[in-house]
Write a protein of this length. Structure first.
Length: 234
């Protein structure tokens, strides 16, 4: 997907390396934790999904800087050590703590705290998105045709990532429940983390694709799941 994003963005925005970097950055990011929820809804393999989330998160400090460096080379300037440290603090450590608490308590801690923290998590997500978008808010104008082109590319690439994940599960002849897990783990990205990285370590324009992606990813996930996983759901 990072390579597809690079080719697609280069075709449309060849003279804008920051925008191209933004798309590559999105699809270099780790899989989203929300994939676990979607996997449960559609009857996938939860254990496999949790394993993929943990492995992908642990590898993200190496994968994100490495992928962007390989695909974009000297076109962008990166603080690779800074990105790695930020991902460790922001994504890796919280994931390890969460998984450890869940496993050691055999799921009891989440069942105890979720009724209290679930309502709080919604406004916190809004605040996180607002904090990430504020540095580049002045650059987003919905009367600008380029913003709508960026928006459309986000939709197509996100849908394409789910389609590629579905095709991959077919190629390896995975069982239905594992195919569902591959579908959501491969299609969803932790765009919040990617946005923070983009805002902190890249030019402002790099963050715009990620911000637009936040607005569409979950809706596209629901639509693609309904479209490509009808038999599994039944």
């Amino acid at each position: 997907m990072p390579l597809i994003a690079l080719l697609s963005a280069s075709l449309l925005f060849g003279g804008d390396p920051d925008t191209i970097a933004g798309y590559v950055l999105i699809y270099s990011g780790p899989t989203a934790v929300t994939g676990f929820l979607w996997t449960g809804i559609f009857g996938g393999d939860k254990a496999l999904c949790l394993t993929l989330i943990l492995l992908d998160t642990l590898l993200s400090p190496l994968v994100i800087p490495g992928t962007v460096s390989v695909l974009l080379g000297t076109k962008v300037t990166m603080d690779m050590s800074g990105i790695a440290v930020s991902l460790i603090l922001m994504v890796v450590i919280p994931t390890i703590v969460g998984v450890t608490l869940n496993e050691t308590s055999k799921g009891k801690i989440p069942s105890l705290v979720c009724p209290f923290l679930d309502p709080l998590s919604k406004p916190i997500i809004v605040l996180v998105i607002a904090a990430n978008t504020s540095p580049v808010a002045s650059r987003i104008h919905f009367d600008d045709l380029k913003i709508w082109i960026l928006f459309g590319v986000c939709i197509l690439l996100t849908a394409g990532s789910f389609l590629l994940s579905k095709l991959s599960s077919i190629v390896v002849r995975s069982k239905p429940e594992k195919g569902i897990t591959m579908f959501f783990s491969g299609g969803l990205r932790n765009i919040s983390a990617v946005t923070t990285i983009a805002v902190s370590f890249f030019p402002e324009a790099t963050a715009i694709p990620a911000l637009l992606g936040i607005m569409t990813q979950q809706s596209i996930c629901a639509f693609m799941g309904r479209l490509l996983l009808p038999k599994e759901r039944e």
